[in-house]
Design a protein. Sequence first.
Length: 360
Amino acid sequence: MDPINFNFLCSEPAMPNGRSVGIIGAGPSGLAATGYLSCLGYQVEVYDKLPKPGGLMLFGIPGYRIPKERIDLGARRLERQGGVIFHTHTKICCSGPLHDEEGDHFCREILGFGDMVKKHDAIMICTGSWRSRKLGIPGENLPGVFSGLEFLFPIRAVKYSAPNVKLPDVQGKAVAVIGAGHSAIDVAHSAIHLGAAKVYHIYRRTSREAPCGSFEIEQLKAMGVEWLERSTPVRVLGEGRVEGLEISRPGKDGPETIVLPVDLVVAAIGEVATPPFAKELGLENVRKGEVRWLHMTAIENVFVAGDALSGPSKIGKAVYSGLRAARSLANWLDLKAQDRLDAYDYNDLVANEAGFGRQA
């Protein structure tokens, strides 16, 4: 099986340039930036709380979409060809409490962000989206209610024998899946494969409007999933555990409320970005483009890319963001070494973005 080629810019190891970059997060944007910078001769060290590089590509997306072997082989090539050093089981802390996000179970070492900034010539934050959105309805804190990430993550993570990580208990149970993105589709597929007796799939709009596309929905229907469109969850019912889900949907005489007899509810309605020290780094200003240098935060040698900057996105967009930020970081370090930063116009960087997109 061919590896994912994160080193696509070079076919041979690059000559070391004597500079060090730390990448926080080994998801698609972090690995793309790592490949780009290692091909320029940087010593890249990647820090990630998970036991393997890959982020949500590896721990959130089922293997039939992206085979884990391709990710593993791509990371190994980064190590062998690019001299990249991966620090797994390592979290860079912290603007939120530990174990507030999925994947924190794997953390064995915590490093201070300030120490990272001092250790490397530049830092790039690519921490992704590891905190799930809430439904905001009564009963959503009952045992048996999961986010999409809470449901999917253990399925890939359980093989690494992390404490407190175990497969969802789905065998013989009825499951309600809320949402219509690819994560929701993956949850429904996984529930069926784990032996669910019944799966209801609930979406507030129609199948034509579903982000996953109608083909995915038709596949689920063929597998026995009951698709309920134009339906909205109102309340999770139960005492001490899930005993049903109340939903609202159009009826003949206006909206009607029905109760689905389910044992589990999975709200796969998206995640939010979880970058460390977002306020202190001025990430909102970076999103608006109100920065001194493309992708640079309020700390001049700290850059940001991927979901940590833009929020949840598709893998291709995260990869592009990582490549763009890596180029900006490399340009900044080069010009800083030549004491020419003032001579390089930020507007030139922005104007050249279209050209970079064609090259990438």
